[in-house]
Design a binder for this molecule. Sequence first.
Ligand SMILES: NC(=O)c1ccc[n+]([C@@H]2O[C@H](COP(=O)([O-])OP(=O)(O)OC[C@H]3O[C@@H](n4cnc5c(N)ncnc54)[C@H](OP(=O)(O)O)[C@@H]3O)[C@@H](O)[C@H]2O)c1
Length: 353
Amino acid sequence: MTAKIPVTVLGATGTVGQKFIRLLADHPWFEVAAVAASSASAGKRYGEVVRWREGVAIPERIARLTVQECTPPLAGPIVFGAMDADVAGPIEQAFAAAGAYVVTNTRNHRMDPDVPLLIPEANLEHLALMDRQQQGRGWPGAILANPNCSTAALVLALVPLHRAFGIEKLFVSTMQAVSGAGYPGVASLDILGNVVPFIGGEEEKMERESRKILGALGPEGVTPADFAVSAHANRVATVDGHLMTVSVGFRRRVTPEEATAVLRDFRPSPRVACLPSSPTPPIEVESRADRPQPRLDLERGRGMAVTVGRVRACPILHLRLALLGHNTIRGAAGQAVQIAELLVAEGRVDRPA
Ligand SMILES: NC(=O)c1ccc[n+]([C@@H]2O[C@H](COP(=O)([O-])OP(=O)(O)OC[C@H]3O[C@@H](n4cnc5c(N)ncnc54)[C@H](OP(=O)(O)O)[C@@H]3O)[C@@H](O)[C@H]2O)c1
């Protein structure tokens, strides 16, 4: 590909928006052509209004861009959504109605029956829901959703086990980083030296979304996977990365050795493996007893891989394990970019000549 595809980032000043700007800075196919945020930021230079929190300098070209209102049309066929969920729903619909492919990180449309809720390595075939959406809503564009950040890591780690053995019961307890709450997020006095055993709406999202992603696509849409999920969400004082401990029951007894082999051997469809943001392998299995850890394992696969460790027998369900995923990369901006790459690779968005 010679010329790059122009893209827009909505909510570009926020935690996820900044990650988009960083990840797209040197992207081989995409170029940020417009940044948009709330009316408080619109009309000012990006570099002046953003509270930049990434560990590299703001790309100079982007710092000079004027922040736009989140109103269509904006540049390019692909729009990345990273707006506050309280306002995102109708704005994303307006962009899709105006012809954009909106890859969103917000919760608003994830469970709509005609919106694909995607983890490319797990449910590539759900992309076809776009056609139903476009026909049903009469939109030239479409909305495609990223799952909630903890669901993204959890389901990516579980998909090979579900395919091989069939999940029946799933118990998950999370230790979620403060960046998952956006900026400024959790007040420092609430989280320093503390753990908060509640994240509003998170457990319900994990329980619903995991079953949709692993569900079967049929003529009537997605039938959710038939397993029970019990999720416990906790906020801990790490900056990035959601660590989870999981117990799983399957349709048959599964040994840790079998499960480890299935996780290690997992490779996505070549249609996904070839995308620039796809990590190889998508699941890294750790044999060291005290891993994964956010500080040591978060950047694996440039933040797009999940790390699984401590795969062992469970005396209540069949198997126990720990897993770690990057909440703003695999759980948000990185995977949204991967979904946009999929749209291009599948011929849904034209490549410039
Ligand atoms: N943080 C994570 O790990 C994570 C992971 C997955 C999904 N998400 C989801 O991604 C979205 C963004 O999360 P975040 O953590 O980046 O939040 P954030 O840091 O609070 O950023 C929110 C963004 O929304 C913009 N915004 C606020 N009100 C707006 C309005 N009325 N019109 C247009 N834009 C508006 C803000 O612009 P201003 O700067 O101008 O106010 C800012 O760019 C949320 O829906 C969140 O649930 C977050």
